[in-house]
Design a protein. Structure first.
Length: 171
């Protein structure tokens, strides 16, 4: 019976590799995001010379938005793969991010919600800079969603802090 239990545990442990294609798909999504970035950038270049300052700022915010989404995907890939599949063996590589290998599930949640709040903030700023293309209801929804993301982020941080305090006090 003990051998059967051990075999089952090995099988379950090795099942973590079923997540690897998900992370590979996210890496490919970064490639597709690069295509979108290049397309946005090529549309942005003429604006620098012919557009109004507001159009240039909106173009820059759109580029920043895409970069933040790419960063978010990369954080999820690195942290998720290392936490749930296998360690990435590049410890001695000079370009290894300092946070890599130190981001736990709780840290990943906080980075994720922080990125979502930043992306939402940029989208809200773009909407407020371009109010002519939005009615009041659309702006109210964007603001409401952003406030919801901010409150969620604060609540996540509070829950993590409370959990950490309980862990430290031994309860």
């Amino acid at each position: 019976m003990k051998r059967l239990e051990h075999a089952l545990e090995i099988f379950i442990f090795n099942a973590r590799w079923l997540l690897a294609p998900f992370y590979l798909g996210l890496v490919l999504a970064i490639g597709f995001l690069l295509v979108k970035f290049v397309k946005e950038f090529m549309g942005f270049v003429p604006l620098v010379f012919t557009g109004k300052p507001q159009d240039v700022m909106l173009g820059i915010l759109s580029l920043i938005d895409i970069v933040l989404i790419g960063n978010l995907i990369l954080i999820v890939v690195f942290a998720g793969y290392e936490n749930f599949v296998s360690k990435i063996g590049v410890e001695d590589h000079e370009d290894r991010p300092a946070w890599m290998g130190h981001v736990g599930f709780s840290d990943l949640k906080m980075k994720l919600i922080g990125s979502i709040v930043a992306i939402s903030g940029i989208e809200l700023l773009k909407a407020f800079m371009n109010t002519a293309n939005f009615d009041r209801e659309e702006l109210a929804w964007k603001l409401g969603l952003h406030v919801t993301f901010v409150i969620s982020g604060v609540l996540f941080a509070l829950m993590d802090r409370l959990t950490a305090c309980k862990s430290e006090s031994g309860h």
